[in-house]
Design a binder for this molecule. Structure first.
Ligand code: GDP
Length: 599
């Protein structure tokens, strides 16, 4: 022990150079320099393990201690249980109490979603009398007949489905706004399909009833054709004529919301740590990161430590939608919280944890998982996987989203696809519409684990990027019978994926070492691309190919690494090949699924 006491720091099993620097309260540059002294070249975002970090930390005058591992995410029979289910659905029924319903407003553009949200908000005399300035924080509550209703104030199915795609299930009831003078439009149909895919009950608000051109019966007819038969026509869908502009029918609409809520067991357990969803978040200049969260189960209190996505923190202050400080937020209550370490993403799920240390540990683990996921984008569901799952009898229902060039193509495609289904496998067309494949379609595909099938349509660039990053399978076809054939094969479990090879890098052998029990490994210099641990490798001597197989090890100095870029040196070992010589070229390649012929 030295003369002065070293400061103890807790280091997790893995962390980035930046995180280590933060823990020590010093510049990452100094950490990188120290690592270099130890013969390790690392970038600021690079992961290092506890041992490496501990050496650096002690060299820099700290006393490292290994942090307790974060709470493991519970794993069930079918892999990890989604956070959401773990914390919400599996609640002891005796502890459940009714909570306010959470409502989202959907509908075609200009049919009056925003006006309706504003008009409903203005009915809330109770809220207004309490003082405070109304703030748009992503949601608000109104009181009707002594009961609360929560409205999410970002209207539209895009926002709704984007949330669902991120695993958040915020909405209990959808209010579908249809302008009585305009009727059912493409986005009305989208909204219906999105709400149905989410299994959220729909109430129709027949808006603009004040207009002389309003034709409510015509709209009811159109709704019936879409399977939303109004209750006064003998159906199940409540249709409320309203005017957002003239404030007509709003009480009836709120009444209808409560009625539907009562028939849907909308409950939560207030006596547990809070869990819910981030609705909005931003960086406020004076207050730091702020987030509006919707508490969905449990009660959130000032002082609680929490995790929201990959952000941790402690609730320093909570404000309601009128900007007034509150001490606690019950289920279905939106509240703005201050005290997070960073800005979370809308749609992130938050949960209260025992303390801030646990919160940080969970975040560190999630970041690591994210990083490893980024290496191999995990597909939500692909036709190839599907084919395999069907062979194994693991899939009983297939969700499809169909986009076609013109309305007239949809009908025959949907009919043929539906006919492919049988007793064992149900084909479920989540959404079918004319037009290009958009981000909204991809979100819906993520949310409902669907495959997107396009017929003579293009994929919007943003949608393509999203499909790639989310791993959504988008299949494009020019000819209907090809589309139906391929889907048919997939459904019979007969579709075999076709793979193409892609060279990712080349390295030159500059030295060889014979290591007992391991065999010969090569000291290489990466000449182009990158050397990858999980790639396959070929060895060339001149024009002759000597080997084609797997990489057994890839090291930088003594550390196992995933990849090494151009201009760096590395150690490479190959599986069952030990004749490497100086001057050999190792080619690294991967097999990728063949790209769909795009139109
Ligand atoms: P959104 O795109 O669905 O959010 O629609 P908005 O709320 O922006 O409304 C579109 C237009 O319809 C605006 O010009 C509103 O003033 C008008 N509008 C909304 N509700 C009513 C209504 O009940 N009656 C009439 N006459 N106009 C309305």
């Amino acid at each position: 022990m030295g003369e002065r006491m070293n400061r103890v720091i807790e280091i997790p099993a893995y962390l980035t150079v930046r995180e280590l620097a933060q823990l020590m309260g010093i510049s990452p540059i100094d950490v990188i320099k120290q690592l270099m002294n130890d013969g390790i070249i690392a970038t600021i975002n690079q992961q290092i393990d506890y041992e490496t970090a501990a050496i650096v930390a002690s060299e820099m005058g700290f006393e490292p201690e290994e942090a307790a591992p974060p709470i493991a995410e519970e794993a069930g029979e079918e892999g990890p249980v989604p956070l959401w289910e773990r914390l919400y659905a599996r609640e002891d029924p005796d502890r459940l109490r009714p909570r306010p319903p959470v409502v989202t407003v959907l509908g075609h553009v200009d049919h009056g979603k925003t006006s309706l949200l504003d008009a409903i908000r203005r009915t809330d005399v109770v809220g207004r009398e309490a003082g405070g300035i109304t703030q748009h924080i992503g949601a608000y509550q109104v009181e009707h007949n002594g009961r609360q209703i929560t409205f999410l104030d970002t209207p539209g199915h895009e926002a709704f489905t984007a949330m669902r795609a991120r695993g958040a299930h915020t909405t209990d009831i959808a209010v579908l706004v249809v302008a009585a003078d305009d009727g059912v439009k493409p986005q009305t149909v989208e909204a219906i399909n999105h709400a149905r895919a989410a299994r959220v009950p729909i109430i129709v608000a027949l808006n603009k009833i004040d207009k002389p051109t309003a034709q409510p019966d015509r709209v009811k007819q159109q709704l019936s054709e879409r399977g939303l038969t109004p209750d006064d026509w003998g159906g199940e869908t409540i249709c409320v004529p309203v005017s957002a502009k003239k404030q007509i029918g709003l009480d009836d609409l709120l009444e209808a919301v409560l009625l539907v809520a009562d028939s849907h067991e909308i409950k939560a357990n207030p006596d547990r740590p809070a869990v819910g969803t981030v609705l909005e978040a931003r960086l406020d200049r004076s207050r730091g990161p702020t987030a509006t969260v919707l508490v969905q189960n449990g009660t959130l209190r000032v002082g609680d430590a929490l995790v929201a996505g990959t952000v941790s923190g402690r609730v320093r202050q909570m404000l309601d939608e009128h900007g007034r400080p509150v001490k606690e937020a019950l289920p279905s209550t939106p509240t703005m919280i201050l005290g997070l370490s960073d800005v979370p993403l809308a749609g992130d799920i938050f949960e209260v944890v025992p303390d801030e240390r646990t919160a940080r540990a969970i975040v560190a683990q999630r970041l690591r998982e994210q990083e490893s996921r980024a290496v191999q984008a995990e597909r939500v569901l692909t036709l190839d996987d599907l084919s395999r799952s069907i062979r194994e009898g693991a899939i009983k229902e297939l969700n499809l989203i169909v986009k076609a060039d013109v309305q007239g193509s949809i009908e025959p495609i949907v009919t043929s696809l539906e006919r492919l289904g049988g007793e064992d496998l149900k084909i479920n067309i989540v959404h079918a519409a004319a037009g290009n494949i958009t981000e909204s379609d991809i979100n819906l595909a993520v949310a409902s684990r669907a495959i997107v099938v396009g017929f003579q349509v293009a994929v919007d660039p943003a949608a393509r990027r999203m499909a790639e990053s989310e791993g959504v399978d988008v299949r494009l076809y020019d000819i209907i019978y090809k589309l139906v054939d391929e889907m048919g094969l997939a459904l019979k479990g007969l579709l075999e994926p076709t793979y193409v090879e892609k060279v990712v890098g080349r390295a030159e052998v500059r030295a060889t070492f014979d290591i007992p029990k391991v065999g010969r490994v090569a000291g290489c210099y990466v000449r182009e691309g990158e050397a990858r641990r999980n790639a396959k490798a070929r060895v060339f001597r001149g024009d002759e190919q000597l080997y084609d197989g797997h990489v057994a090890s890839l090291k930088r100095f003594d550390k196992d690494v995933r990849e090494v870029r151009t201009g760096f040196e590395c150690g490479v070992g190959l599986e069952d090949f030990h004749d490497l010589e100086i001057g050999d070229i190792i080619e690294f390649y991967v097999k990728e699924r063949e790209e769909q012929p795009s139109t």
